[in-house]
Design a protein. Structure first.
Length: 137
């Protein structure tokens, strides 16, 4: 989540750059990027996105699908239940058993997927659909 703070000494250019960085990780920014291919030839779509994962043709339409994985920016959080053994006591010895609940932080969270399907008719991109939490740009 991006929060814009108003700082008197911040230049307008720096403020616009910060705002641009905040806005760039949204589905709307992803849609804006993909919309640039609508009305363009299929060859430009493939040149811009690479070879599609799948293609399908029927009724004069051609559907091209791309599957992307976005790294999740946050750490992985795993709940845990533990059982521990140890010694306790003053001047003597004893054995203790304890249980507890905890939260562990691991490496990166699992990647988020994104699937985009473009419709092409007569060699021109007509539109697209996206699906998945990783469809951000």
């Amino acid at each position: 989540m991006c929060i814009m703070l108003r700082i008197r000494s911040m230049s307008r250019l720096a403020a616009l750059a910060l705002l641009g960085a905040c806005a760039s990780r949204t589905p709307e920014a992803f849609d804006q990027r993909m919309t640039t291919f609508v009305g363009r030839p299929e060859t430009e779509l493939v040149a811009g996105l690479g070879v599609p994962s799948r293609t399908y043709e029927a009724d004069g339409r051609r559907l091209l699908q791309w599957d992307f994985l976005q790294q999740n920016p946050g750490p992985a959080i795993y709940p845990s239940i533990g059982l521990g053994f140890g010694s306790f006591g003053w001047g003597g010895s004893g054995v203790g058993v304890g249980t507890g609940l905890g939260v562990g932080l691991g490496g990166a969270s699992p990647p988020r997927g994104c699937s985009v399907v473009f419709e092409v008719r007569e060699g021109l991109v007509q539109g697209f659909n996206r699906n998945g939490p990783g469809c951000v740009a």
